[in-house]
Write a protein that binds this ligand. Sequence first.
Ligand SMILES: [Fe+2]
Ligand SMILES: [Fe+2]
Length: 248
Amino acid sequence: MKPKPQIIADRAGPHAWNGTSVRSRFFDALSLLLPAGEQFLIDTLQSWRAASEPPADSELSREVDRFIREEQAHRRAHANYNAALVAALPSVQAVAERAGRIADDLTGFGMPMKLALVAAFEHLTAVLAQEIEAHRFFIAEENTRAGRLWKWHAREELGHRHVAVLVARHAGLGRGVLTLALLLATGYLAGDLLRYTFALCRCDVRAGTRRWALLADTARFAFGAIPSLMRMTRHWFALLLSPSRCTH
Ligand SMILES: [Fe+2]
Ligand SMILES: [Fe+2]
């Protein structure tokens, strides 16, 4: 006998496209952050190329064009995804508006630090994309609409992960600024992801999801993520130990 829909909602939450509530909301939170974050990457590379001296060679310029095209497509796809989140639960609107301003703090940096941050954020997304491609833990439901979007995004991130590192090399960025940027970017992304996942879970609680079910789900997700986090930590160091290895 099939379980009643209400039981499924209590156990997994009303919007659990990815197996469980917290795992779904973790990726929903990342999606809310992406349009503003990816616009920062696009704006930075466009300004760098306009002012770059000596000009980027044509091969690098073509790669930057492809990078910008792909990030623009990701922005559009995640804007639609985020609109669907709000349509499903209108209280998410305020969270989405806050998320749209997350890159405001980064605009005050000078161009070398912005380029280093682009390389750092791209490295972080490639580390997550690699984990999504190689293992089933983060995207448990690959055949949902959202699951397919995340798999597509992960493949494109892996396909263009070398571009930001090539730009950083062309701009002559040293290991010091890249290290600082990676630490900053990791702090920003981890902090924002946790805050926005929590904010979305609060919306679910207000909409009727039981708090104890979310807490149990959070514990399961955190415990289950340990092997993934250990693998990702190993890859995280690659940018610091050998930036050139991140171009392959
Ligand atoms: Fe992207
Ligand atoms: Fe990217």
